[in-house]
Every structure is written in C-alpha cells, then in structure tokens.
Design a protein around this ligand. Structure first.
Ligand code: NAD
Ligand code: G3P
Length: 326
C-alpha cells in the first residue's frame, strides 16, 4: 500500500498527459489539470489530447481545470514548460499548507534567476517537498506503454523511494536518487546539446561527427555537473547520458528536430516546444558564472540568437586548439 494514493498532474500537454497515463497504470487515482477550461472539457469528453495524438486516456483519469480539485492529491507532478513552472506552482502555493511532494517534470533552468526547477518549487511553495523526474522518455512511447526508465530524485531517499513505488510499473521504471542537482543538470543540458547534434546531422556532417559532438557535449555537461556538485553516477545514468543518447539520436526529439531543420536551412517545426531553445542562453550564463567551458552549448546559443551563422559556429568548434581529452 503506497502512502501516495492520489496523483495530480499539472499541465495537460504531451508530457502531462503521458504521466497521467503512467500514474493510472500504476493504480493511482489521477487528476489531470489543464489551465484552460475548454481544453479540459474537450479532453474529458473525447478522452484524447491533440498534443499527444492517438493516445486514449483511461476512463478513470479525471480531467479538470479546477485547481482546488487537483491540489487535494497526495502528490503533484508539474508538467508545464520550464519557464512556466514558477507560475503554475505560484497558483498552487495557497493550497499547499502541509508537506506534499511536488515533482518537477520539466527540463530546464529559469531565465533571469538561473534556478533549477526544484529550487523554484521550494521558493514558490515553501511547504512543498520538491522532487525531480527526468530521463530518456518520449511522451508518446510512455503513453503507449513502451518500456521506459527514468530517475526520480528527492532530498530524502525514503521519500524518493516511496514516490518510485507510487508511480512505477513494469513499463515505467523510475530509479530513485537523492542527487537532485545531477538529475536537473542532465535534463536541462541535453536539450541544448540535442539541438547541436541535430544541426550537424542536418548539415550532413556524417555519423562520426554525430558521435563526436554527442560525446564532447557529454564532456561539457559533466564539467558543469561536477562544478555544481552532481554525482558521477547520475551524470552517466538515465537522466544524464541516457537522455543525451536518446535525444541526440532521434528526430522524434523536438530539440533534435529543431536542430535538424536549422542545419538543413528549413523552417523549424511550428508549434512544437523545444526547451533547449530557452535553456541555451541561461545554460551558458550559468556555465560562465562557474568559469566552465561549454563550447558546444555556446555555439547553439550563438546560432539561436543570430550572433553566429551555422557555418561560422561549426568552423569555430573545429578550429579550437587541440587539447587533452577531459
Ligand atoms: N513531451 C515529451 O516527450 C517530454 C518528455 C519528458 C519531459 N518533457 C518536458 O515536459 C515539459 C512540458 O513538455 P510537453 O511536451 O508537455 O510540452 P507541450 O507543449 O506538449 O505542453 C505544455 C503544456 O503546458 C501548458 N502550460 C503552459 N503554461 C502553463 C501554466 N502556467 N500552467 C499550467 N499549464 C501550462 C500548456 O497549455 C501545454 O498544455 C518540458 O519541460 C519538456 O522538456 C517532455
Ligand atoms: O522532444 P524533446 O526533445 O523535448 O525530448 C523529450 C524528452 O525530454 C526525451 O527524454
């Protein structure tokens, strides 16, 4: 018997909808909250969400736009885009009057503050018990019950373990951890790096370049992680290397797809959230504040901001001085 019988998912996009399905599969009572009442009513009656086409919502999932109803749950999953997480938790804060796990499911770093998602939760809702869920997991795969494994981290190992018990099932395997920061860094950085690899593939630089860029991307993710106190096993685990491998290898990734389009000189896919676009500038600011070199992420940020052309950025990376591998 789990301590967390009911689960509310805040944000009814692709990931929120997939996570609601996960929680229902694990036997929880699930509420999926959409901020738009019309959107909620439409999903509630059709049992599908245009953001996750072809996936039928289990009949027992309650879809609502009433925040008070969702906020009654034993645990809350926040599945908004990273830059909207503070707004969502601010709305919930007055309902969180006792310790309740609030799990960040977004991947990113807040603009302006350089804060990671669990820090934003702690600041916006002081009674919350912040946690983070991240790892190689496409919403579509997860919702269809394809096997997936992720990392779920909380400060307290017993809590992380209980949350894993509440959400886990044979097809969705969370591994518990207390390395919150390590999990957050992997999820945020891999999106930026996936844009870089997508650009290289779009420019037809070859499979060897794709592997090299992914590996050197991992080296810079690791450098930042170490500087911010992340554990090595987290960085090489599901939420670090695991998610980087997935995202840097598949056009199913919206970040990779954005890079691919840029590399080909095409219009990026419309209406698709690519978090790396928002994370890139804040990631390099954060790295600079720690005196950490992140040349691949820097190249992505320069291309996205228009400070550099793709060809100049590639040439800049290829003509860096030779150095020891680290
Ligand atoms: N889609 C995936 O495969 C996947 C997998 C893992 C993690 N994620 C992460 O989940 C987060 C959300 O991604 P997504 O794929 O669901 O995006 P999405 O564009 O499909 O959906 C985002 C949803 O958030 C809602 N939203 C925006 N601001 C809100 C607010 N203030 N309050 C409540 N809802 C708000 C939007 O209405 C939309 O329904 C991102 O950080 C992404 O990196 C996505
Ligand atoms: O489609 P992306 O690039 O946002 O990737 C989705 C997930 O983060 C993959 O783990």
């Amino acid at each position: 018997m789990t301590a967390f019988q009911s689960v509310a998912v805040i944000g009814a996009g692709a990931w929120g909808t997939a996570l609601a399905t996960v929680a229902a599969r694990a036997g929880r009572e699930v509420t999926l909250w959409a901020r738009n009442a019309e959107h909620a009513a439409r999903i509630a009656s059709s049992r599908d969400n245009p953001r996750l086409p072809g996936v039928q919502l289990a009949p027992e999932i309650v879809v609502t736009s009433e925040l008070a109803l969702a906020a009654r749950a034993d645990m809350l999953l926040i599945a908004t885009p990273a830059q909207h997480l503070r707004g969502a938790v601010n709305m919930l804060a007055s309902h969180i009057t006792k310790p309740v796990p609030v799990i960040a499911c977004a991947k990113g770093i807040e603009h302006g503050t350089h804060k990671f998602m669990t820090d934003v939760i702690a600041e916006a809702a002081p009674h919350a018990q912040p946690a983070i869920l991240s790892g190689p997991s496409f919403a579509d795969d997860v919702a269809r019950g394809q096997p997936t494994a992720v990392t779920l981290a909380a400060k307290d190992d017993a809590l992380a373990s209980q949350l894993v018990q509440a959400l886990g099932s044979p097809t969705f395997r969370p591994y518990h951890s207390t390395d919150i920061r390590g999990v957050e860094i992997g999820g945020a950085a891999k999106n930026v790096l996936a844009i870089a690899v997508g650009i290289a593939v779009g420019r037809k630089l070859g499979a060897s370049a794709q592997a090299a860029l992914t590996t050197r991307g991992f080296a810079e993710l690791t450098r930042l992680g170490r500087a911010l106190g992340a554990r090595g096993e987290t960085l090489t685990g599901l939420s670090g290397l695991g998610d980087l491998i997935l995202t840097c290898a598949s056009p199913q990734s919206r970040n990779f797809a954005l890079g691919l389009a840029l590399g080909r000189g095409e219009q990026p896919p419309a209406g698709k959230l690519a978090e790396g676009e928002f994370t890139a500038p804040v990631l390099i600011e954060l790295a600079a504040s720690q005196s950490i070199e992140m040349p691949v992420s820097e190249a992505v940020a320069s291309i996205l901001s228009g400070r550099s052309t793709i060809d100049a950025a590639i040439s800049g990376l290829l003509t860096r001085p030779f150095k020891a591998e680290e």
